[in-house]
Design a protein around this ligand. Structure first.
Ligand SMILES: *Cc1c(COP(=O)(O)O)cnc(C)c1O
Length: 221
């Protein structure tokens, strides 16, 4: 199947309120263009150095919305703000505050998801639930950021019911935050090629699909 055929097939199966983000890391600008021609406008990238030259090659497509989904290092914050409209991987308070300060100076209002860690895993980035609940009032002060959602990545090795549980807990956390603070968390960025069905079942509004659209990254040139 071609990229456009895969996109078409997935699209037909998605509820209308679910935004499909095509994860184009390690994917060529030509393949991104093909996905664009098949109607995709949202692309997810995890490395700035890789994305900038591709963005340059695609600058004739002005309505692409770029989503940063990789680990966001504080020293790259300014560049990330320059190149991306959505940041899914804001994973701690001092980073959020730094982005807020820079965005104010740059007169930008980026869309933000807070990355959360529902299952404790020292090797993964993200807020733990209790930590995030403590940081809510400080996050409310980050008014230059449009904090819209929560993002989660599943740890490896969970059964299907455990995966579903993580997604439901993310959804519950979003509701709790909306009740306890002035933040209104309406987006849930969760679900990748292998688990997006479960994520949608638990209320995902944004799914991030790479392999299922573009093929195995190891095989891409
Ligand atoms: C790579 C990546 C994806 C896409 O993963 P696939 O399994 O290829 O769909 C989604 N989200 C994040 C954060 C990623 O790094």
């Amino acid at each position: 199947m071609t990229i456009s055929q895969r996109i078409e097939k997935i699209r037909q199966s998605l509820p209308v309120n679910v935004r499909l983000i095509a994860v184009s890391k390690q994917v060529s600008a030509a393949a991104i263009r093909e996905a664009y021609q098949a109607g995709i406008r949202d692309f997810g990238e995890s490395r700035l150095q890789e994305m900038i030259p591709k963005q340059e090659q695609l600058k004739d497509l002005p309505d692409i919305c770029w989503h940063f989904i990789g680990h966001l290092q504080a020293n790259k914050a300014k560049k990330v703000l320059e190149h991306f409209q959505w940041l899914h991987s804001v994973d701690n308070l001092s980073l959020a505050q730094r982005l807020n300060r820079l965005a104010t100076e740059m007169e930008l209002s980026p869309q933000v998801c807070l990355q959360v860690k529902i299952v404790n895993d020292p090797n993964k980035y993200g807020w733990e639930i209790a930590e995030l609940l403590q940081d809510l009032s400080a996050l409310e002060q980050c008014q230059q950021l449009k904090i819209q959602g929560l993002m989660t990545i599943l740890p490896v090795g969970l059964s299907e019911s455990e995966q579903l549980d993580v997604f439901y807990k993310t959804n519950e956390l979003a509701q709790k935050i909306s009740q306890r603070s002035r933040l209104s968390i309406t987006e849930l960025s969760m679900g990748m090629s292998n688990d997006y069905h479960l994520a949608i079942q638990a209320g995902a509004t944004m799914i991030r699909l790479g392999t299922i659209l573009f093929g195995e990254r190891a095989l891409l040139k």
